[in-house]
Ligand binder design. Structure first.
Ligand code: 13P
Length: 257
């Protein structure tokens, strides 16, 4: 973290978990524990059908709300999809784009992710762009090439004004849901490389102020050590964010004076 230049963000990606009533119960549980995070923005990312309820439930808690995907077209015959305008109007501030689960299970390509980035930014959303290598790619020694390709493709055509609203999350696929967290050194190396790539295209000031998160089996025990790195500005947390106490513990780990 580097609080002088950029915001720390602790974001819980709920994936396909929790109903509306469970969302309300979670907010009630978090409320007395959370207080007012001074140094970080706490965010919960929910399925679109729960957005409005989540916005209402988290209104009195200092937690921002976002969602986990959006379509790149403004409207049309795309059965089952939600546009960026729809999720924005339902109350989303953030939207996760390019998550490895969407790339793997729904065949999202880098071109799709780029189109979604443009759609999200046009609608006034803040995209949390996910990039990350597979275990095979890490073992082949092509991690940086993969990250660079995903990042460059996703940001193609994004202007200097728009990039200020983009958050990047480094999520090594081998660390997601596996309990195998990247070491702080591995995570910091890639997050630092992402900042360098952003600097090359958008300049030092933009790179310095961009929040770059780590995701992949982050929990209350390893958060502080990961966040101690200058280039890791927060976390994108799956499983551990589903439990209110654990989520608050991670927020607190990022929020020490
Ligand atoms: P886990 O924290 O469950 O590994 O998930 C990480 C993730 O995919 C967040 O987007």
């Amino acid at each position: 973290m580097n609080r002088r230049y950029r915001k720390t963000i602790i974001a819980g990606n709920w994936k396909m978990n929790k109903t509306i009533s469970e969302t309300k119960a979670y907010a009630e549980a978090v409320k007395p524990m959370l207080g007012k995070p001074k140094w970080c923005e706490a965010v919960i990312l929910v399925p679109p059908v729960n957005l409005q309820a989540a916005v209402r439930a988290f209104k009195d808690v200092k937690i921002s709300v976002g969602t986990e995907n959006c379509h790149y077209e403004v409207s049309g015959a795309y059965t089952g999809e939600c546009s960026a305008d729809m999720v924005k109007e339902a109350g989303a501030k953030y939207v996760v784009l390019g998550h490895s689960e969407r790339r793997a299970y729904y065949n999202e390509t880098d071109v799709d992710v780029n189109k979604k980035m443009h759609a999200a930014l046009r609608s006034g959303l803040r995209p949390i762009l996910c990039v990350g290598e597979s275990l095979e790619e890490r073992e082949l020694g092509v991690t940086m090439e993969k990250i660079s390709y995903q990042l460059k493709s996703a940001l193609s055509g994004i202007t200097a004004e728009q990039i200020r609203r983009v958050v990047v999350a480094y999520e090594p696929i081998w660390a997601i849901g596996t309990g195998k967290t990247a070491t702080p050194a591995q995570a910091a190396e890639v997050c630092g490389a992402i900042r360098t790539l952003v600097r090359k295209t958008y300049g030092a000031r933009v790179a310095r102020s961009m929040s770059i998160l780590y995701g992949g089996s982050m929990n209350a025990n390893n958060a502080a050590e990961l966040l101690a790195n200058e280039d890791i500005d927060g976390g994108l947390i799956g499983g551990a964010s589903l439990d209110p106490e654990t989520f608050v513990a991670i927020v607190n780990a990022s929020n020490q004076d």
